[in-house]
Design a protein around this ligand. Structure first.
Ligand code: NAP
Length: 350
């Protein structure tokens, strides 16, 4: 039996400080799993919420965190395919009982997956939100009124290798999201896969499938010239995993008329509507109603894609001190990490 109380990391007030506290261990409702959280992947969204107060609309004190891995403790009514003791991972919602920065969380079974035997629980904590941000943007259907995607055929539904010979530009290939974009682009057959990264990240992004790596520290003019030198015509697909104003400008410079540009942050671009391009900001959450169908297909496909090594996790840096290590980890994430996902282990909370 799980305990009745657990430790959780609370954001005490809007733009306030984090503090450790206790809260009840929830019971799973229909369709949910109660998971003992063993790995938590830190998300940039969390330091942004703490710093600016944006995005989070629930009550305070809040529990944040989007990525969990752990062990199923209880199975809610109607759930099939999961049993007590299974190792699982998922991307959770910002609701008190569901969020990741605590020792027990409720997980929606339809968008959870079993951790394959070749991955550790630390590695599994890097997967869900980053993969969803990459794959939902590439494979969900275009939608002008709700979160959607670029409409490419998913590799789990006949699209494996389908886009052979089509080049893709991925800005920020060493970021958590960028690493997953490169791997899905490779599965879909896109080639060449051209990305930007620091020279210290070149080997990493090539290990995921990047064919050409351009130094992200070049001036925008030099980066533009380097990209143009590699391809004869503009790109039908560009994924800007960084989406700062200067990377957006580079991304848009190389986008073909009729092409698709995927951004991770709001657009700062002046769009030329006559070019009939699809430019949109991805929404990471598999819980968005418009994403849900493709998200369920994605999570059903993931154990096999991970076991085969077609999709590999982000490299992990484990933080010390369990939940209490998360505030310092979020500061580190804000300062900038290179090529790694920061992971906390809630059970190591003193
Ligand atoms: N809209 C959504 O739903 C959504 C979902 C997820 C993330 N996001 C946003 O997407 C962004 C990326 O998130 P993340 O978790 O993937 O970030 P991350 O892993 O923390 O990003 C760190 C990496 O970014 C790379 N980088 C930084 N500036 C760069 C630049 N100018 N050009 C190329 N690479 C650069 C660095 O590469 P090097 O190591 O090569 O230096 C570093 O490895 C964040 O702003 C996040 O908030 C949005």
């Amino acid at each position: 039996m799980p305990p009745t109380q657990q430790k959780a990391l609370f954001l005490q007030a809007k733009q306030g400080a984090f503090a450790l506290g206790t809260r009840p261990v929830p019971s799973p409702k229909a369709g949910e799993l109660l998971v003992r959280v063993e790995g938590v992947g830190l998300s940039p969204l969390d330091w942004k919420i703490q710093k600016t107060g944006f995005y989070y609309t629930g009550t305070y004190p809040a529990v944040l965190g989007t990525d969990v891995s752990g062990t199923v403790e209880e199975v809610g009514e109607g759930v099939t395919g999961f049993a007590k003791g299974d190792k699982v991972f998922s991307s959770v919602e910002y609701a008190h009982d569901n969020a990741a920065y605590q020792q027990y969380a409720l997980v929606t079974a339809a968008v959870a997956a079993k951790v394959p035997s070749n991955l550790s629980l630390d590695e599994a904590a890097t997967l869900a939100a980053g993969i969803a941000t990459a794959a939902l943007a590439l494979y969900d259907t275009p939608n002008t009124t709700a979160p959607g995607g670029a409409g490419f055929t998913p590799p789990w539904d006949g699209g494996r290798g389908k886009y052979a010979g089509k080049p893709i530009l991925v800005l920020g290939g060493a970021s958590s999201v960028g690493q997953y974009v490169i791997q899905f682009a490779k599965l879909s057959g896109f080639s060449p896969i051209i990305t930007t990264a620091s020279s210290s990240s070149e080997r990493l992004v090539k290990s995921f499938g990047a064919t050409h790596v351009l130094d992200r520290n070049l001036s925008p003019a030099d980066l533009n010239s380097a990209v143009s030198a590699l391809v004869a015509s503009p790109f039908e697909l560009v994924y800007d995993a960084i989406s700062l104003p200067d990377t957006q400008e580079i991304a848009y410079e190389h986008l073909a008329p009729g092409g698709t540009l995927i951004l991770t942050l709001p657009s700062t671009l002046q769009i030329d509507e006559t070019k009939k391009q699809l430019v949109f900001q991805v929404y990471w959450s598999p819980h968005a109603p418009s994403h849900r169908k493709v998200a369920e297909q994605l999570f059903a496909a993931l154990p096999e894609l991970l076991l085969s090594g077609d999709i590999k996790p982000n490299p992990v840096k484990v933080l010390p001190n369990g939940l209490e290590g998360i505030p310092e980890g979020l500061k580190e994430l804000e300062r900038g990490v290179s090529g790694v996902k920061l992971v906390a282990r809630p059970k190591e909370t003193a």
